[in-house]
Design a protein around this ligand. Structure first.
Ligand code: NAD
Ligand code: IPM
Ligand code: MN
Length: 364
């Protein structure tokens, strides 16, 4: 195959800026194969234009696409909306309707960025963690949920933290398979000392270890895991955890890498449908529209798309190598500035990656 339909979801806040920078950066690949980008609406932009954060037209185009590249959604403009008219609701609907239960969030420290981390160099140097986050279950989707008013007039808010056995099995399988291709060490993170749902999680993960005798399985409670991640992150190879714990721990892991603006992700689960590739960060309303955003999380997400969804591992390597060279030359957006770097904006960062990628493509 040498032509791919890729749906682009720029979304809100810095989304359009990092999307433009990413499309620009990938341009040199167009001489090798065609990436046919088609833009669609999600999040706040979709609410404003169509009255829904996940319009039917977007779902239809998604299903007809080979893959999906998403920037970010959300912003203060929509925070007061009822739940069904929140940007975040669109994102969750997308994940659920496309069957994207497996979210891979790699936190790999580039040597150039060791000084950009808020932790000591000897702590972060060489860190290479893959967080496998379950993405379509847990307290995010559990019912019952809501805010009710009691007869007394007091209000009560609730969500249900729930996992079915088959949901734990399939995410654990992904994690074990990832571990087999990496360092063969898997740490499952839960709160089994308190939560029944976590006890089930742990039981299932342990049972599955029989199928993976080569993988060394450990368990940590999530509070300890949060501490261990910044105490000695090199103890981790693959971490597997539920939706909400994974959300929190992956943002934490981003500071090992230097910035949330560097952390890509891949959301998969349905081999017959498109995956979604998106930065771990949000729409960064505080810097939106100022050409300050770091586009590298989205560019590195595009690399994950090439590798995991489009069957183009060589080109994925090229994109990652191009980013590496740009870092090596000392170009940095605000979030990753450190001694001796040259400040660039979002657009210029895209240009720099494009320049290096063009050289790598030309060299074959
Ligand atoms: P955020 O990730 O948008 O921003 C947190 C901080 O990191 C901010 O200071 C921001 O400027 C900075 N940051 C994030 N991405 C950056 C980048 N690429 N370059 C430079 N700096 C970057 O989180 P938030 O402020 O808690 O949330 C803002 C909105 O984004 C909310 O509406 C939230 O729901 C939404 N959100 C969306 C997604 C998504 O689309 N997948 C993820 C997280 C949050
Ligand atoms: C993420 C975000 C989303 C999540 C929000 C915006 C719904 O924080 O992709 O990490 O919690 O999954
Ligand atoms: Mn998050």
């Amino acid at each position: 195959k040498d032509s791919y339909d890729v749906m682009l979801l720029p979304g809100d806040g810095i989304g359009p800026e990092i999307t433009a920078a990413t499309v620009n950066a990938l341009e040199p690949l167009q001489s090798l194969f065609k990436l046919n980008f088609k833009e669609a609406l999600i999040g706040g932009a979709a609410i404003d234009a169509e009255g829904s954060p996940w319009p039917d037209s977007t779902l239809a185009l998604a299903k007809a696409s080979d893959s999906i590249l998403l920037a970010a959604i959300g912003g203060p403009k929509w925070d007061g909306n009822p739940r069904e008219l929140r940007p975040e609701t669109g994102l969750l609907a997308m994940r659920s309707q496309l069957g994207l239960f497996a979210n891979l969030r790699p936190a790999k420290v580039m040597k150039e960025l060791v000084d950009a981390s808020s932790l000591k160099p000897e702590i972060v140097e060489g860190v290479d963690i893959m967080v496998v986050r379950e993405l379509t279950g847990d307290v995010y989707f559990g019912t019952p949920k809501g805010i009710d008013e009691l007869p007394s007039g007091e209000r009560v808010g609730y969500n249900n933290m729930i996992y079915h056995e088959h949901e734990v099995e399939r995410i654990a399988k992904v994690a074990y398979d990832v571990a087999m291709k990496r360092g063969k060490r898997l740490c499952s993170v839960d709160k089994a000392n308190v939560l029944d749902v976590s006890q089930l999680w742990r039981d299932v993960v342990i049972k599955m270890s029989e199928d993976y005798p080569e993988v060394e399985l450990t368990h940590q409670y999530v509070d300890n895991a949060a501490m261990q991640l910044i105490r000695w992150p090199k103890q981790f190879d693959v971490m597997v955890t539920g939706n909400i714990f994974g959300d929190i721990l992956s943002d934490e892991a981003s500071m090992l890498v230097g910035s949330l603006g560097m952390l890509p992700s891949a959301s998969m689960g349905n081999p017959d449908g498109p995956g979604v590739f998106e930065p771990c960060h949000g729409s960064a309303p505080d810097i939106a529209g100022q050409d300050k955003a770091n586009p590298l999380a989205m560019i590195l997400s595009a690399a994950m798309m090439l590798r995991y969804d489009l069957g183009r591992p060589a080109e994925a390597d090229m994109v990652e190598a191009a980013v590496d060279v740009v870092m090596d030359k000392g170009y940095a957006t605000n979030d990753i500035q450190r001694e001796g770097t040259t400040a660039v904006g979002c657009k210029e960062m895209g240009d720099k990656v494009k320049e290096e990628l063009a050289k790598l493509v030309a060299a074959g």
